[in-house]
Design a protein around this ligand. Structure first.
Ligand code: KIV
Ligand code: ZN
Length: 515
């Protein structure tokens, strides 16, 4: 590691984001101009140093997007990719005219496989192309990045010669891509170290694809060897298996600052919102167990882990969910959960229970978990409802409902609901069937909170199709969520509403107790 050179100080690492260029090369990830501007502004706001906004010569639409991003972006450098062709370089320069800090990124392959079979040139001709095109790019812009495509399968002596040619022609950043994700960390580290030693004043960049699942590991190995720029994408989207994921690189550097001794400008708290934003923009769901941003990244299920977390979160968490913009860790209740987690959940709902009743609840909960993958809050409330001894909060559960249309925008609903084991039937009107049902539930439970948000979407297709509804209620400025799944969307929504109401009732009891 180069810390000695830096007097033991933390070394700044430049984050070059290529979500809008290499990321968009993921099959199916095309973005509209409006979406690209929104993603670029978000990247700028989170502290990305260089935004590769597109490949100007690829299409007039891409060139227009780079122009629009160049006008919009205030802090980051904006970059366009260009092949080693004069027309590409001109198109890149034109598209960057309005950028406050423009960069032209030009590349040519250096591996014999590419030189012989794709370019059909000699090594000497490739060196001449590098010299000519980098000089040409330099005539438009001071900041030139040059990439040796397929660098990791290139002959090292020839790669060194190519890098020397690009540097002499005026390139200020030299990128060593692992274009086909072929490298392994130790080998890539050695390659970067050799180049850094030969060209100590050049800024080397790493750009690693994930074909063997080593994109991030290779990028970090490159940093250890002295690379000062990392090329990456949000959620690791990109050509084939994708690029190194920005969130993983940033958090590895931050969490293991003791090892890497470097830092980035990224505001890590913006990572999770950025990840969700890109996922929904390109329509690629994030795998649940994805590092840093997956739905399970800060969720603990096993009893041993939950017990540790309740005692001290450092036992099973190496970073805080809040540090990447996730609200909090979760202890989910499932078949691997233990008594500590269930007790914790019951205490959260402010439900008092004798040890004996708790033991019976725990057994019922375990039986349910053997039948279902995860027990929902709603399931748990039903179990707890069976042990209600009058000293607990009111627990409501929906039995059935019926709606009918009265006028053009007028609906009546009749809801049957069980509250602490007693069944009530209540009617109400609303301007839609759901509104009428929600009004009826509010009136039955005497919980008149304001509906803050409501979302329902499908969670599977075909015969297993289910709707998942998420409701957030605002109870005098305090927000409570409820969620439920059902094959019927209205039933899922009604049950989600009841779930949120139960949380409000629990909280009201807590306040009464304190008073
Ligand atoms: O993977 C690659 O080699 C590239 C270059 C164009 C930098 O994306
Ligand atoms: Zn690439």
């Amino acid at each position: 590691m180069k810390t000695q050179e830096n007097g033991g100080k933390s070394t700044p690492i430049i984050i070059f984001d290529t979500t809008l260029r290499d990321g968009e090369q993921s099959p199916g990830a095309t973005m509209t101009m409006k979406e690209k501007i929104a993603v670029a502004s978000m990247l700028d706001g989170m502290g990305v140093d260089v935004i590769e906004a597109g490949f100007a010569a690829a299409s007039s639409g891409d060139a227009e997007c780079i122009k629009a991003v160049s006008r919009e972006i205030k802090w980051a450098r904006v970059c366009s990719l260009a092949r080693a062709i004069k027309e590409d370089i001109e198109a890149a320069a034109r598209s960057l005219e309005h950028a406050r800090k423009p960069r032209i990124h030009t590349f040519v392959s250096t591996s014999d496989i590419h030189i012989e079979h794709q370019l059909r040139k000699s090594r000497q001709q490739v060196l001449e192309i590098i010299d000519e095109t980098v000089r040409y790019a330099k005539s438009f812009c001071d900041d030139i990045e040059w990439s040796a495509m397929d660098a990791t399968r290139s002959d090292v002596d020839f790669l060194t010669e190519a890098v020397g040619t690009a540097v002499r022609a005026g390139a200020t950043t030299i990128n060593i891509p692992d274009t086909v994700g072929y490298a392994v960390p130790q080998e890539y580290q050695t390659l970067i170290a050799v180049l850094v030693e030969k060209f100590p004043s050049v800024c080397f960049s790493v750009h690693c694809h994930d074909d063997l699942g080593m994109g991030v590991a290779n990028s970090l190995a490159g940093i250890v060897a002295g690379a000062r720029q990392v090329e990456c994408t949000i959620n690791g989207i990109g050509e084939r298996a994708g690029n190194a994921a920005m969130e993983e690189i940033v958090m590895a550097i931050k969490t293991r600052a003791d090892f890497y001794h470097c830092h980035t400008n990224i505001d890590a708290r913006k990572i999770y919102p950025a990840s969700r934003f890109v996922a929904s923009t390109v329509g690629f769901p994030i795998q649940k167990n994805k590092a840093i941003v997956g739905a399970n990244a800060f969720v603990h299920e096993s009893g041993i882990h939950q017990d540790g977390m309740l005692k001290n979160r450092n036992t099973y968490e190496i970073m805080l969910p809040e540090s990447v913009g996730i609200e909090k860790s979760q202890l989910v209740l499932g078949k691997h959960s233990g008594r500590a987690a269930l007790k914790n959940k019951i205490a959260e709902w402010n439900i008092e229970m004798s040890e004996e009743d708790f033991g019976r609840c725990f057994d019922a909960f375990k039986t349910l978990c053997d039948q279902k993958k995860t027990a929902t809050e709603e399931d748990l409330l039903k179990i707890l409802g069976g042990y209600n001894q009058g000293n607990m909060v009111s627990i409501a559960s929906l039995v059935s409902f019926d709606t009918h249309q009265k006028g053009p925008a007028q609906y009546d609903a009749r809801v049957t609901i069980s509250i602490n084991g007693t069944t009530h039937s209540v009617s109400a009107s609303g301007d839609g069937p759901l509104d009428a049902i929600f009004q009826a539930i509010s009136s039955a439970t005497e919980c008149h909170a304001v509906l803050n948000s409501f979302e329902a979407h499908s969670v599977a297709e075909g015969p297993d199709a289910q709707a998942e509804a998420v409701i957030i209620l605002n109870d005098n400025g305090v927000f409570h969520s409820g969620h439920a799944r059902d094959t019927d969307t209205i039933m899922a929504s009604a049950r989600a509403y009841v779930g949120a109401v139960n949380k409000i009732l629990a909280q009201r009891k807590e306040i009464k107790n304190v008073a």
